[in-house]
Design a protein. Structure first.
Length: 165
């Protein structure tokens, strides 16, 4: 069975639009595995009055960095290319052969260079459509919500929507 670890951006984006149940279905998860680094990043917005972290925490299951993963974590941190949270995620995924779910291209590239399989937001959304969890209109509405919630525009939006018809 494939196991996944998700970064803070993916978790918070899905939480902001009330789509954590979709994320769980896409990945075949009952609980959302998070590291201590992701946990700490997720709870930070609570201090500013945001409520979405509570949705993540209600489904969270902590995955701890094992002793044999620490050297990879330390090496990644010393390189200075990824955050402590991403280094933790990558180290665990590499050692355990798990899939790293991220929206961070630099972290994804770093993970892939270490032989870690990655999944990005495009792949998640495409799987939602291909797997029949969202039709084209629902997918477009979900992306609209996500873009508003994160105050961004997805560069893959047109490609995804045009391919979903």
């Amino acid at each position: 069975m494939t196991r996944f670890l998700l970064d803070t951006d993916v978790l918070s984006l899905f939480a902001k639009v009330g789509a954590l149940p979709l994320l769980c279905r896409l990945l075949g998860l009952q609980r959302l595995p998070v590291t201590t680094g992701v946990f700490n990043e997720i709870i930070a917005p609570l201090e500013y009055g945001y409520d979405f972290p509570r949705q993540v925490l209600a489904l969270a299951e902590i995955e701890l960095l094992a002793a044999d993963e620490v050297s990879t974590f330390e090496a990644l941190r010393l390189e200075g290319k990824v955050s402590a949270s991403d280094a933790e995620l990558i180290a665990i995924c590499q050692r355990r052969s798990w899939v790293y779910v991220t929206m961070d291209r630099v972290a994804a590239r770093c993970a892939e260079n270490l032989g870690v399989r990655t999944v990005d937001l495009y792949a998640l959304l495409k799987a939602a459509w291909a797997g029949g969890l969202r039709d084209k209109d629902e997918l477009q509405a979900l992306m609209d919500q996500m873009e508003r919630a994160d105050r961004t525009t997805f560069p893959f939006r047109d490609e995804l929507i045009n391919g979903a018809g």
